[in-house]
Design a protein around this ligand. Structure first.
Ligand code: F0G
Length: 353
């Protein structure tokens, strides 16, 4: 069986890589684009598609950018990488560092990283440092530590990350035969919305698409600096992946919003959780809460008449639901346990199947 073509090879002509760049891969990219019939009927939009980025090797979109950043670090002779993270960047950095046999350290905001992500960083062998502070503190410290220690910083302030992540926009255009009318995406540190925009602009320029999508980004209302136009000192949201008060790619995200004729808006934690369980129960897709912010935004806009004229939209589901088992279990409200007896089991099942 031939191996899947690695992302670096597949897009070599559109990435800053050369013949000397190691073909590092864990099988990233080429993720499913899945139709969402329930959301289509709910919103009245003829085509709603979900880009399931949780199908990447470490369960999030970060792998696309990380493979390029780590391959280029290897090419440049680096021996160690470093990042700050709300969890997914760390899981991805740790995995690719393990594959490349590099040392990796990750800096987390203490107490605000989902269990799955923390366990990934640990099992891949990264040095895990939890700081008493938020993500913005962690990023500032990681930047300074990278400089002092001579390690390669692999946060999305490293432009190679955005280069890798733009490949998702190419895949969307390839799958649909053109760009969609609109893209709905969660916004945290604002790298991914910027990367998609970069990709869509390049897709249109190269003839892969005939148009650009409008870019609709969504922040959690307790962590919505771009929406408010001011840094949020103490961001709060159940969507810990996007609990960020001072996004590094703020200006690029605003540019994507304005050049595309889109918007960046806030969604409440309640809306996020509603979208999270609707995606699971009505579409059969388990994403993490931050990812559901994109769908929460789509539903909110649709209800307010803000999706008129859109025929084909794509929501980016950035991370896998298994990353955050605690959030899923909170929906259960207690498990039923009975004796190993047929009557007891049927009684517990309740209404006839
Ligand atoms: N969705 C998920 C699941 C994320 O992990 C992130 C960011 C985002 C959305 C937002 O993307 O930052 O490019 O705007 N996670 C980063 C991390 C901050 O450290 O893993 P963004």
């Amino acid at each position: 069986m031939p191996e899947k073509i690695c992302l670096i090879d597949r897009y070599a002509d559109r990435l800053p890589v050369g013949a000397g760049t190691p073909r590092l891969t864990l099988g990233e990219g080429d993720t499913p684009l899945v139709r969402a019939p329930f959301l289509e009927s709910e919103t009245g939009i003829p085509e709603v598609w979900l880009k399931v980025e949780g199908a990447n090797p470490t369960g999030s979109f970060k792998d696309r950018g990380m493979v390029v950043a780590v391959a280029k670090a290897l090419e440049a002779g680096a021996t160690s990488i470093l990042c700050a993270s709300t969890g997914n960047t760390a899981a991805s950095a740790a995995a690719y560092a393990a594959r490349a046999r590099l040392r990796c350290a990750v800096v987390f905001p203490a107490g605000y990283v989902a269990l799955g992500k923390l366990s990934q960083a640990i099992v891949f062998g990264a040095q895990v440092v939890a700081v008493r502070g938020g993500f913005d503190d962690a990023l500032r410290l990681a930047r300074d530590a990278a400089q002092r220690e001579g390690a390669t910083l692999v946060n999305s302030v490293n432009p190679l990350r955005l280069q890798g992540q733009k490949t998702a926009a190419f895949e969307v255009c390839e799958a649909l035969g053109d760009a969609p009318d609109a893209l709905f995406i969660p916004v945290g540190n604002a790298g991914n919305i910027s990367a998609y925009w970069l990709g869509f602009v390049e897709a249109a320029r190269s003839g892969l698409a005939t148009k650009h999508p409008r870019m609709f980004g969504f922040q959690a209302s307790g962590a919505a600096p771009i929406v408010r136009g001011a840094i949020v000192e103490h961001p709060e949201t159940i969507a810990t992946a996007i609990r960020i008060g001072n996004p590094a790619s703020w200006d690029l995200a605003v540019k994507a919003r304005d050049e595309s004729g889109g918007a960046i808006e806030a969604v409440t934690d309640e809306d996020i959780l509603d979208a999270y369980s609707t995606l699971a129960r009505c579409e059969g897709i388990f994403c993490e809460p931050a990812s559901a912010a994109a769908v929460a935004g789509l539903r909110l806009r649709a209800r307010a008449g803000g999706t008129q004229g859109l025929r084909t939209v794509v929501c980016v589901l950035t991370g896998n639901g298994l990353k955050d088992p605690d959030r899923a279990m909170a929906l259960a409200g207690g498990l039923i346990e009975v004796d190993a007896d047929l009557d007891a089991v049927c009684a517990a099942i309740g209404r006839p199947l």
